[in-house]
Design a protein around this ligand. Structure first.
Ligand SMILES: [Zn+2]
Length: 125
């Protein structure tokens, strides 16, 4: 990690850069999804991907509509909490970037597998 002791007590610069990359990738994905008409996984394989509903979930979270955020994609809570943790403590924890990635990956795959088993909510269709 690039962050050094001189960044202690303030937001870790590398964490901010990482989250800017994630934001830009998310914006690019939303742009592509807007013009292709939906999730390529759903269109080709017929099942929702782990990221399906995440944009709506994030918007609902920002609007404090927590129940709808959970219905669209429960992983948004774990990823939001992990991101806040990464921004706040990313410079003080060893391998914080790797831990953040593990939390994101685990949250997305676990919630996706559970929703594949119990079914996706009505709001997704
Ligand atoms: Zn999808």
């Amino acid at each position: 990690m690039i962050c050094t002791a001189k960044y202690e007590g303030v937001v870790c610069r590398q964490a901010v850069v990482d989250l800017i990359y994630v934001f830009l990738i998310g914006m690019l994905s939303a742009f592509i999804l807007h013009f292709t008409g939906g999730c390529p996984c759903k269109a080709t394989v017929g099942i929702y991907c782990p990221g399906c509903g995440f944009t709506h979930a994030f918007i609902m979270l920002m609007r404090c509509k927590f129940d709808l955020a959970w219905e669209y994609n429960p992983a948004v809570y774990f990823i939001a909490a992990s991101s806040v943790w990464y921004l706040a403590f990313g410079d003080t924890v060893k391998n914080a970037r790797a831990w953040n990635f593990i939390i994101w990956f685990t949250a997305l795959t676990t919630t996706w597998l559970i929703r594949l088993i119990i079914g996706f909510p009505e709001v997704m269709s």
